[in-house]
Ligand binder design. Structure first.
Ligand code: 6R9
Length: 647
């Protein structure tokens, strides 16, 4: 086994310098860090100049009532004008905004900025007809079709905050979100395509609406699959009736910089989801600036973010950031299938590609022969988001997908932060596989101990943010107290992100997973990520998830769930012992899993996060808890079926 495959997180010493031509022509150079440090507010004010404002702000930041921030106070703007109209006015109306690719083969559409402007204006007029007024909330429950972007921008145009609920969520989840933000209008589709078949959405909306009393007045329905739907004439309206016949002229109003743009629900530690509130001026500034700087966006790039619009990455880096920047992007309806993504990269000459480590590991598992069959020479930059990327996946991504020529930007951020916070700058930073590197210019991050003291280089602790930033959440919808308690109460003046992190000897940041995923085994602090990374560095392992299960003697014990690579077959008789030894060698005997289960799948949310809570239930022999946010709820049955065969 080579030195490299043996590396684990903390011993990682490979470095990848920025390509010389990229560095020479980079949108953002090294000087940005010093400029931002010298005057953070002036730095963000300059970034806000990227946008078109109705009225300029009087004050960059009002932080007199922390943790409630106001950015670009007194300024007015319209998010949809910034994402659409201004590009048309600048003469770029014929530029493709969205290369949309449906899941069924040969189902594709290109939408230019001019067409998008007309469609958004029509939809805004149609929503107005349905009684939607500034400030009203609109729920959106849709597949990955262009109309979902149109719907979001139409809401933004009217100043009606949207709440997009991921199409894979249940009717219950939808109902609780509709209720929490009191939405009177829902936008949906008859269904969408998933794994080769039409999958219905409207029945879940009907069920959710029935659970919310008479709250919902109208349901606007896009016809996507053509499947039969139940219809309530008093409430349901076809998109093609209401929108297609509406005028393509719509005079946009300029909204206050702090006007609510959207609410995105994310799961908290308690059962009730948190409604993260984002507002207009700061959010658009933060997403537009970071999309331009982190991805080094150029006018002729073809950008593709594979995230579903139902989670925050789809909001910041598919909808608002790229469109505010006038980018051309790919939007794909389906889920990752063998070869299909790479064919899209080839066909559309994608140059910037942004995805999640879980997808990368899935492709690693299938073997490099599949991507090797496509011409991906158009790619010049790769991004990763959603969870720590283990060095093996990073290096595979770089070599196999990026042809060893594309920098990888590992971007750390959250629904709450709205924008990328920690990431290499591709023209400046030499990448270390597995590290998100540095806080971006204008962002103040640190790693602290229990007493909020900086841990210093070479040590681990909690990740915190020390200064407000433009796209930060403003509060939790209707619950200022929970906002304060969740993020700001642990240490005064510091935003607690909930992630563990380590500063290496150079002061670069390594994310170690949620602190609720940190285990304590016999008094030793062990990171789930570190052990997962060690397991995945074994050539037979494709993917691994580790949980700490209660143990009478050691407090917690390490329990691992692994998926083997296709090429490893069943792994052989002694696979469990082989892997335990491997972890001991990589990290130390203390990290040796008590139990390793070889499983066919891992339970994941649609955004690719492993639901360790459920694995913990299995490891501790409990009834498995709520599985409604799993992308595929049958996975737990597969895993439990394996339980008997565990070591
Ligand atoms: C954008 C998004 C946020 C949590 C975050 C952290 C994890 C995201 C990461 C990462 C390590 C990265 N996370 N990106 N961990 N490295 N590059 O994922 O938002 O769904 O709210 O999740 O995801 O644990 O706290 P969200």
């Amino acid at each position: 086994m080579s030195e490299q495959t043996l590396s684990n997180l903390m011993q990682e010493n490979r470095r990848f310098e920025p390509p010389a031509d990229l560095a020479a022509n980079a949108n953002v150079k090294e000087e940005a860090y010093a400029r931002a440090d010298a005057d953070r507010e002036a730095f963000w004010a300059a970034a806000a100049e990227r946008l078109d404002w109705g009225r300029k702000w009087d004050q960059v930041l009002d932080w007199t009532n922390p943790p409630f921030a106001k950015w670009f106070v007194g300024g007015t703007l319209n998010a949809s004008v910034n994402c659409v109209d201004r590009h048309v006015e600048a003469g770029n109306g014929d530029k493709v905004a969205i290369h949309w690719v449906g899941e069924p083969d040969d189902d594709a559409r290109d939408i230019t900025y001019a067409q998008l402007k007309d469609e958004v204006s029509r939809a805004a007029n149609a929503l107005t007809e349905l009684g939607v007024r500034k400030g009203d909330r609109v729920a959106i429950y849709m597949p990955m079709i262009p109309e979902v972007v149109v719907a979001m921008l139409a809401c933004a145009r009217l100043g009606a905050p949207h709440t997009v609920v991921f199409g894979g969520f249940s009717a219950d989840a939808l109902a609780s979100r509709i209720t929490d933000c009191e939405a009177h209008v829902v936008i949906t589709a008859d269904g969408g395509y998933r794994r080769g078949a039409a999958s219905a959405l409207k029945p879940a909306v009907d069920e959710a609406v029935a659970k919310t009393g008479d709250l919902v007045r109208s349901v606007l329905v896009v016809r996507r699959t053509g499947q039969d739907v139940d219809w309530d004439d008093s409430r349901d309206v076809w998109w093609h009736d209401a929108v297609d016949s509406a005028s393509a002229e719509h005079e946009p109003e300029m909204h206050d910089s702090e006007h609510p743009l959207y609410v995105m629900y994310t799961s908290g530690t308690t059962g009730k989801p948190k409604g993260i509130l984002h507002t207009t001026g700061g959010y658009l500034t933060g997403t537009s600036y970071t999309h331009w700087s982190v991805f080094d966006l150029k006018d002729d790039d073809v950008y593709w973010c594979t995230a579903d619009v139902g989670w925050v990455t789809g909001h910041s880096y598919m909808a608002y950031g790229p469109l505010a920047n006038g980018a051309t992007q790919v939007m794909y309806e389906g889920t990752p299938e063998k070869g299909r993504w790479w064919k899209i990269v080839q066909d559309y000459k994608v140059s910037i590609f942004y995805t999640a480590p879980t997808a990368i590991r899935t492709f690693m598992k299938q073997g490099r022969e599949i991507p090797d069959g496509y011409d991906m020479s158009s790619l010049r930059l790769l991004g990763s988001v959603g969870e720590p990327i283990n060095p093996e996946a990073y290096v595979w991504y770089r070599e196999v997908i990026g042809g060893d020529r594309c920098p990888v930007v590992d971007t750390w951020w959250q629904t709450e932060t709205g924008q990328i916070m920690i990431s290499p700058l591709p023209g400046v930073t030499a990448g270390k596989p597995g590290s998100a590197m540095k806080a971006l210019p204008g962002i103040a991050a640190d790693v602290v101990d229990d007493d909020a003291k900086s841990v210093g280089n070479g040590n681990g602790g909690y990740l915190v943010l020390k200064e407000p930033w433009p796209a930060m959440l403003r509060t939790l919808w209707g619950d200022d107290q929970r906002f304060k308690d969740t993020y700001w109460s642990r240490w005064p003046g510091l935003y607690f992100a909930g992630d563990g992190a380590k500063l290496d000897e150079d002061g670069d940041i390594w994310l170690l997973g949620r602190v609720d995923d940190v285990m304590n085994v016999s008094g030793h602090r062990l990171s789930t990520t570190e052990i997962e990374s060690a397991l995945v560095s074994h050539p037979k392992v494709a993917e691994a998830a580790v949980v700490g299960a209660a143990d009478e003697t050691t407090g917690q014990a390490v329990c691992a769930f692994v998926i083997l690579r296709d090429s490893a077959g069943d792994g052989g008789e002694d696979i469990v012992e082989e892997l335990r030894r491997h972890v001991a060698k990589e990290i130390g005997a203390i990290a040796k899993p008590r139990q390793i289960m070889v499983v066919p799948e891992l339970p994941k949310t649609r955004s690719g996060k492993i639901m360790r809570r459920l694995l913990k239930d299995v490891a501790e022999h409990r009834e498995v808890g709520d599985v409604t946010t799993l992308a595929d709820s049958t996975v737990m049955d597969l895993i439990k079926g394996k339980e008997g065969s565990a070591s």
